[in-house]
Design a protein around this ligand. Sequence first.
Ligand SMILES: Cc1cc2nc3c(=O)[nH]c(=O)nc-3n(C[C@H](O)[C@H](O)[C@H](O)COP(=O)(O)OP(=O)(O)OC[C@H]3O[C@@H](n4cnc5c(N)ncnc54)[C@H](O)[C@@H]3O)c2cc1C
Length: 461
Amino acid sequence: MKDAVIIGGGLAGLAAAWRLRHWDTVVLESGDRVGGRIRSERRGDYWLNWGGHVFAGAGSSTDALLNEVGVMAVQIPGSLQGLSMNGKFIKQGHIATYPFRIPMSLAARVDTMRAGLKVVSGVAKYTGVVRKRTGESGAMRQQRIYDFENNTSFQDFVGNLSEDAAALFKTTVTRSAGDMDQISAGAGIGYFSLVLSFGQGLSRGIVGGPSTLTESIAAALGGDRIELGAAVHEVVHKKDSVVVRYRQDGVDREVEARTVVLATTADVSHNVGVDLPEDLRGALSQIKYGPHVSTAFLTNETTAKPWDDIYAIAAPKRSFAIALNQASIVRGTESVRKPGGSFMTFSPASLGKALLEKPEEEVIKTHLTDLDQVLGHGFADSVVEAKVDRWKNASPYCFPGRAKIQSTLMRGADRVFLAGDYLGTLYTESSITTGFSAAQEAASVLATHRQAPPQSLSIVA
Ligand SMILES: Cc1cc2nc3c(=O)[nH]c(=O)nc-3n(C[C@H](O)[C@H](O)[C@H](O)COP(=O)(O)OP(=O)(O)OC[C@H]3O[C@@H](n4cnc5c(N)ncnc54)[C@H](O)[C@@H]3O)c2cc1C
């Protein structure tokens, strides 16, 4: 019997496995690699990236994990505020100034300012909501964040907007993977808060690419602690243990454990957790995800480029919402500009849905045509490699009414502890935080079990 089986080898599962590494554990991962929605591949000094790319900073769970594993992350040196729209390229500056700097009609400018004022005042309130309060638990704070403006959609909050104004807002908030009419007003405001806070949110990059973290955890755990190609289909409680049934290499297998960390997306956790409490299964089935389609480009330019000091370029009215200069970290450490570079583009929500089923060449062509127009300077001619990844469930988004199910999701179940980004509002940071919490709960059960006196002695006592 194992001490703990961890189901899912994404960040949440790996964070849990890392914290449980002194127990007898195994990670069951259905894919052929660890990392889940973290996926990067090295190419010399650079890396291609298709998944999560910016991470939480000092004092976060992410920071703790990086330090414990010995993987370095740095504040991203390039500007996070680039924008290309209507033929104008803005490198940096406060995004509140954008309506004055982008060419657009007077009506669109007025619309943008009107809705912008609402959002800025919402961000001010949100800042108070997310502030940590003395003595409260992380769960209480998370509930408060979900509760914030959770009755209406972001679309209803900003009202009807002209095309250019809508495009500006859409580019930012749809990166949550939900469209403006799908996400709650609070979630949209929260996303703006991440952008407006200039480095307070997700603004660190992992040196060598995000998979450096997930692969390093897997290497430290060792091959016998991670089973790839192991697709779990059932998790069932017994009296003092849990049975996990999975299929690997065409063979049905099962493993019994004292505890289980279920670190798959909510839909999978709902399907495999067949005897989880009904209200919990019901809550899992209500989690909503939106898609992303991302393309990674490797380039071979030999001279400095105007985008060398920019990391993120928002691109309203394009096939992708944002282009991310993955080479920014390399640029920040070199004294002489190395040849080459790496970009990532991604299409979230309805932009992603439009590309989800398209052939790889078509997605590359669509993204590259737009990226070339955004960057100019012969970008397309410098591309030496391009690859696409599609994420049907790219990120869970907070929809109107989402707050109501949070307390049920946090209740957990006996010996099965849930982890994953759908339990919080900060993506990779939520995955790692919930992975740590699930590991802590499992360790507590295991440690208590180990120290419990034999039944007969406790009766005598
Ligand atoms: C394009 C893109 C950009 C993003 N950008 C950012 C960003 O910049 N910052 C940020 O913080 N977040 C970002 N995110 C979100 C972030 O990547 C996720 O929040 C995070 O990686 C989720 O980790 P997880 O462990 O919770 O889930 P996952 O990574 O989905 O892990 C779940 C694992 O379970 C496995 N699995 C599924 N079914 C089974 C089964 N039946 N049996 C066994 N295993 C199973 C899966 O293969 C997977 O490995 C982005 C996501 C995408 C797609």
